[in-house]
Design a protein around this ligand. Sequence first.
Ligand code: TRP
Length: 339
Amino acid sequence: MSTDAAAPPARATILSGIQPTGKLHFGRYFGAVENWKRLQEDYDCLYMVANYHAMSMPFQAKKLAENSWEICFHLLACGIKAENLFIQSLIPEHTELAWILNCFTSYGQLGRMTQFKDKSAQSEEFISAGLFTYPALQAADILIYKAGVVPVGKDQEQHLELTRDIAQRFNNFAGQDFFPIPEALYTAVPKVMSTADPSRKMSASQGDKHNIDVFADEARIRKQVRSAVTDTGATDAAGAAGAMSDGVANLFSLLSAAGQVGAYASLMQDYESGTLRYADLKDAVADGLVSISTELRARYQELKKDRRAVKNQIKESSFEIRKRAQTTVREVKQICGLA
Ligand code: TRP
């Protein structure tokens, strides 16, 4: 493709972030990463490993470092391009802008964030101020690249709204439309629930049995799917008898997310006629997940052969992306009367 140096950037900038927990489970894969990969075709995409955010809850230095690199390998294996990927702490301007934006963030509004309320209720001992101001850092992540679109899960809706408010307040102060007001892009993929407890989201923080690791070996994936909860209450009866149980609905969601269109249609027909065998549904889900996992694991192992080269690539991309962040911070400081 030929590029005209004077041409304005035709594609909107997208930013999203992911916290570096040690593993990538299918909830995150279907809910976020697969979509991130697709968006790269049409947008200027920036994807960030949010390691500064990960410090807002109790953490260990060694684990944080390991997990931050590990998620890079995972994301690259999933098809995220190296030039679009960076580690937050390699761009210290994020924290510099976060401070400035803290001063444009309402204290009362931060206190109303449900994520803060949930997480501070979870940890009985130490609740850091970082957990409280977390959304101002998230706003900085987005606004520092003047991103217009932010693909996130519904759980981030409140943070996105707050980011929009912060951008608006800053723009009012600046007397110009300095920051674009970013739009959330919610993934259309059905929410993936825990197979062990289908009333909860599949999540890393609930413990191993509540999520299925994309990079786990085949036997483990099959075992987890086999033990998925189907009917929890007394109202059993596949199909016909009434509403589908959460567990069965979740298995169908997984089947659909895994792209098993044919199996989905025929098993759904069985369900509707009351002849569905849960074992068949589980086998089909396991087949779908295993086929995705096998491909991604091969790519992951390939990348792991030359760790140093991959790490250097990420450092390189962070260095390049940092230049964009520096430009914004320079402008913001000027607007604020900072040297
Ligand atoms: N808070 C997000 C989460 O926990 C991660 C995140 C950090 C993020 N910075 C971001 C998401 C900026 C979107 C944009 O999932």
